[in-house]
Design a protein around this ligand. Sequence first.
Ligand code: GDP
Ligand code: IMO
Ligand code: MG
Length: 449
Amino acid sequence: MANVIVIGAQWGDEGKGKITDLLSRSADVVVRYQGGVNAGHTIVVQDQTFKLHLIPSGILYPDTECIIGCGTVIDPQVLIKELDQLEALNISTRNLLISETAHVTMPYHRLIDQAAEERRGTHKIGTTGRGIGPTYADKSERTGIRILDLMDAKELREQLQWTINYKNVILEKLYNLSPLDPEAVIEQYLEYADRLRPHVVDTSLKINDAIQQRRNILFEGAQGTLLDLDHGTYPYVTSSNPVAGGACVGTGVGPTMIDRVIGVAKAYTTRVGEGPFPTELNGKIGELLCDRGAEFGTTTGRQRRCGWFDAVIGRYAVRINGMDCLAITKLDVLDELEEIKVCVAYEIDGQRSKDFPSNARHFARCRPIYKTLPGWQQSTAQCRSLDDLPRQALDYLKFLAELIEVPIAIVSLGASRDQTIIVEDPIHGPKRALLHTNGMPTSVLSAEA
Ligand code: GDP
Ligand code: IMO
Ligand code: MG
């Protein structure tokens, strides 16, 4: 039995969907704990590509229970579309459970998100425009609509009449937008409620029951560590806590129940939206990474900004998440390069630092200090074991593991399930926190090897 959290170690889109899908083979329950339809997780199975926004990546396994936890925000319209798409492909969604206490994204959230972004002008965040920030803002302000409100027609009507009239003042007076018709919104959301009702339960109780029954739980993070509201590059972040700590709050499971944390990072770095990005590449190499990596957002289609691997961020993600091991994805994207740079430290105001600055203004002034490694200039897409990898690729991975002080348990070399090297069992392998005290039960790519 193991309860595992999978988190993004960079700015999102690290390939969490692929890794969660792989690990879901040995999970009984897969749980999303934060975020909403801003997330876009891609899973490729043979010739089919699935793009999921809210439904956990475990859904492709017929016997796996999938749970959308209380820390998420749910846009029912998108969720229902996702359910319909899966059912149309003969993928059963009967095992999907939705938390009663998750908050609901309403049409005014989407409108306000988009209008506020426009108003911010050069200070815009570059949000996905899916209403995520405003939904979480209402949650904090204690004016949000929860799934349990959606399930109670009388309560919903009462709450929405008041809330929509209030939001209409903002839409009209602040943003010059047309007001929403409360009745039309209420009727539409009551329809959504009927569709979602069979899935709605107390998910904390369900997950904790599953833990008692010694079933394997996989907590699937959305976004990434640097987009975390508290630990990311504020204000260029999302409005939830993608870090491992968020998994407990966002599901109603105690921290003592968590056995392990697995990070996912690309072999380089990408970011969508605004905000500082020290290793960003604006020239030809950036374009090459974008082309080879097909770096276009799964949710908005926006081109992702690309740059070299940043080990300062890597080390920070190991610390903030208490990461036990790492999955490195998209190594194949680097195949053609003659040489590859890795940011080993920052220079800030003439000082060298290996630590991520918690002051966002300092972060914006950080300049990368690079180490250059030779590329391998051959395809890795067909490699299925470490022995198949070109020596320079293996050296590159070892270098990353040593720098960020975490063992690499999985290497991904393509979008499909089989394009993967399992270096060591990511779920039952040694815990990083114990490496120093327990001697050296480590893998080829571990920091201790
Ligand atoms: P997520 O949000 O972290 O789940 O990541 P996304 O699905 O948004 O973006 C990752 C993209 O990279 C998807 O299109 C995946 O199919 C693809 N992908 C995942 N792993 C690999 C890999 O090892 N190599 C390549 N070339 N593509 C990958
Ligand atoms: P997955 O789960 C990459 C980014 C947006 C923007 C910032 C705030 O696929 O990794 P928001 O709409 O959340 O208020 O936008 O966060 N962002 C993501 N970037 N992957 C994601 O999800 C993201 N979800 C949000 O681009 O910069
Ligand atoms: Mg994504």
